[in-house]
Design a protein around this ligand. Structure first.
Ligand code: GAL
Length: 371
């Protein structure tokens, strides 16, 4: 249809209305997979991270991935590309669209290869929780040697959500303690029984997340036992150490990238399989108790590439404050040959009538106005 308005005139009207200028503003909507700029116009750099809501502000923590992507000899067999670890970055927002860069709240260490946080080492999947009793912000992360053999959990603490975080060191978990759901055969060392192999020295901890329950008790969920089995470990009251009580869940299912949340009194997780940076089919599970038993609910993703998690891997799930039943599922779309250009995919997480968590693909979307 011809509106009768010549094209040149239309262009002039647009210019006068300031439309091109508006297009430069950060979008007031989520655009999964597109470059997401911070409020200074730089792409947000916070991968594999998590979100903390504190005193009216959302804080987004993640891995700072900068510089050249390389494949070192020690990880060639499984294609584990890397960038030098940059530490943990932090962004702040009140509306979840516009994020201000708060800087690197836990930097890597450039001049000491023996330091846990040496940039040649691995610093992945940082998560921060707030301890209302000690009034400290507590960060846990996956700390590792360049070949991922150490499989440690690292802990850092700050008085402020924007750091600086004070690094306390790293360790394996729950040395000399059997899980609450141990069986007699679990305690017999040998073969692929990694639980028994690591009993004395402590359990492995790679991909991880933190979850704080309504009663203030906090838990770490982590890929353990050579990534074959997830474990859930309660934290001490100050959130700084394992409390010595843990369970094995999704036994032998090779689960990574766990994201845990609670809804209507039940515990849920979404997670990935184990294929490095390459996407696989996501999984979900539900439990009445944090230590399980956990029942698998299948792939939560719906839409194009749903069997490959929209070409992503799960990262974190959080509730939007002030909105009932509104969860956001965060995913990373890894670019394994240019890791710093890995993108973020944030999508609404809903529940179907059977109570299964569902994440539907959307090209772009907005939060409903606050009620
Ligand atoms: C993934 C894991 C990431 C990172 C990567 C290394 O499976 O979820 O956090 O460790 O492997 O290739």
């Amino acid at each position: 249809m011809n509106s009768g308005l010549p094209f040149a005139l239309l262009a002039l009207v647009c210019l006068a209305a300031g439309w091109p200028a508006q297009a430069k503003q950060p979008p007031a909507e989520f655009r999964p997979g597109e470059i997401w700029n911070d409020t200074s116009g730089q792409p947000i750099n916070a991968h594999g991270g998590g979100v903390l809501f504190h005193d009216g502000v959302y804080y987004w923590y993640g891995e700072l991935k900068e510089g050249r992507t390389y494949l070192s000899e020690v990880n060639k067999a499984w294609g584990g590309t890397r960038v030098l670890a940059g530490g943990v970055s932090c962004y702040a927002s009140t509306n979840l669209y516009d994020w201000k860069n708060e800087g690197v709240v836990l930097p890597s260490v450039a001049d000491n290869p023996d330091h846990d946080l040496a940039c040649e080492n691995v610093i992945e999947r940082p998560k921060v929780i707030y301890n209302a009793t000690t009034k400290k912000f507590v960060m846990w992360l996956h700390q590792d040697t360049p070949n991922y053999a150490a499989a440690h959990a690292g802990v850092a603490v700050s008085d402020s959500p924007t750091g600086p975080f004070n690094y306390r060191g790293s360790f394996r978990l729950n040395a000399g303690v059997w899980p609450v759901n141990v069986t007699a055969s679990d305690q017999v060392a040998g073969g692929t029984n990694f639980l028994a192999r690591d009993f004395a020295g402590g359990q492995m901890s790679r991909d991880m997340t933190l979850f704080v329950d309504e009663d203030g008790k906090a838990y770490q969920f982590y890929a353990s036992e050579n990534n074959a089995t997830l474990q859930v470990s309660q934290l001490t009251a100050d959130y700084l150490q394992p409390a010595g009580k843990y369970a094995r869940i999704l036994i032998g299912r090779s689960t990574e990238a766990p994201a845990v949340f609670k809804h209507n009194g039940k515990y849920y997780l979404i997670a990935s399989g184990c294929s490095g940076w390459d996407p696989n089919t996501a999984r979900s599970a539900v439990a009445d108790h944090v230590f399980g038993p956990w029942t698998e609910l299948g792939n939560p993703c719906r839409g194009p590439q749903a069997d490959k998690t929209f070409l992503c891997q799960s990262t974190f799930v959080f509730a939007v404050v002030g909105q009932t039943n509104r969860f956001i599922a965060m995913f990373d779309r890894w670019n394994k040959w240019d890791l710093q250009d890995s993108r973020y995919v944030w999508l609404p997480l809903e529940f179907d009538p059977d109570g299964q968590p569902i994440v539907k693909w959307r090209q772009h979307w907005k939060l409903a106005a606050r009620k």
